[in-house]
Design a protein around this ligand. Structure first.
Ligand SMILES: Nc1nc2c(ncn2[C@@H]2O[C@H](COP(=O)(O)OP(=O)(O)OP(=O)(O)O)[C@@H](O)[C@H]2O)c(=O)[nH]1
Ligand SMILES: [Mg+2]
Ligand SMILES: [Zn+2]
Length: 293
């Protein structure tokens, strides 16, 4: 019997695949978890006990989680790469801002990735997000432009990739995993094979530390968890102005003496970000009304 500490990178049919210094092990969960009503999650750091003969074993302990997402069901995610194309498909800033708000709500650091810069450099778009206080990368999966920078940002993080279809998430991930991914052998082969079965989330180990998750389903903002008053907190560049509003219950949409609207007028907050805020605020209000009825 050998003990390891590792990370669950995949869970299928009651089996958990745990990435350790000695490679990948197939494990079952101990019955005690069922009694305690804890289910191991992909992303969990766990202790496992491996039978030296069969090479399989049990998850014996789940170490404390930093966080746990519902969609995708993954624990200990540290970062959300929000991918948009500068062209083809045309950028959808409202969707981008919603994804960023979802990341902020989940307390994940957003990493804004403008892909397809070979088609359009996206400079003006990148500047909007840099000035709002986000780490922003201009990339091309096609030419490899700035992929070293992306690789650096992904190192030792657990990053979930989000963004609408066709923006190049899988292309970026494939470029990042690249040749090295095949060299890491069985682990990556397994991950590669499972990548398009979107029913289960799995972590793809990065060659120089960290993991990435390609989940097409992620990103919808959970409006039911949001109070209208808190919407402003999901737009980090609004923070310095929230105390300047004349009215304490200011919605930052139309009020006189609103600090946020003042900053939009002065050019300190970009109008498109504020427009997205207003739309999210309205959606949250509508969701609240629906719940009351
Ligand atoms: N010109 C150009 N095309 C790209 C780039 N990255 C990806 N593409 C193309 O864009 C298309 C979509 O890329 P995918 O990687 O499948 O996009 P995705 O975001 O994974 O899409 P879904 O899996 O549907 O969510 C493919 O035809 C890619 O070849 C890029 O940097 N430049
Ligand atoms: Mg894809
Ligand atoms: Zn206000």
């Amino acid at each position: 019997m050998t003990e390891y500490q590792g990370r669950i990178i995949k869970g299928i049919g009651g089996f958990y695949y745990v990435d350790t210094v000695d490679g990948l092990f197939e494990c079952r969960a101990r019955g005690v978890f069922r009694k305690e009503k804890i289910t191991p999650l992909v992303g969990d750091t766990v202790r496992i006990e491996i039978d030296s003969v069969s090479g399989t074993g049990f998850v014996s302990e789940i170490l404390p989680r930093k966080n746990a997402l519902l969609r995708p069901p993954v624990a200990n995610v540290t970062q959300m790469a929000v991918v948009m194309a500068t062209a083809n498909p045309k950028p959808n800033l409202y969707l981008l801002d919603k994804l960023i708000a979802a990341a902020e709500q989940a307390e994940l650091e957003p990493l804004i990735c403008w892909n397809k810069t070979d088609l359009d450099d996206g400079e003006e778009l990148a500047v909007i997000y840099q000035r709002a206080g986000f780490t922003t990368l201009q990339l091309s999966a096609e030419t490899g432009w700035n992929l070293e920078l992306l690789r650096e940002k992904l190192r030792n993080q657990i990053t979930v990739f989000a963004g609408n279809t066709g923006v190049g998430k899988s292309s970026l991930i494939n470029r990042i995993l690249g040749k090295e991914a095949f060299q890491t052998g069985a682990v990556s082969d397994r991950v590669e094979r499972g990548k398009h079965t979107t029913r289960h989330s799995e972590l793809a180990p990065l060659p120089d530390g960290g993991y990435i998750i390609d989940t097409p389903g992620f990103g919808s903002l959970d409006m039911s968890q949001l109070a209208p008053d808190n919407c402003g907190l999901l737009f980090r560049e609004f923070m310095p102005y929230l105390d300047d509003c004349t009215f304490r219950d200011c919605s930052h949409t139309v009020e006189k003496g609103c600090g946020v609207l003042g900053a939009v007028k002065n050019g300190e907050i970009h109008p498109s970000r504020h427009e997205s805020y207003c739309r999210i605020y309205q959606e949250v209000m509508n969701a609240q009304k629906r719940r009351r009825n």
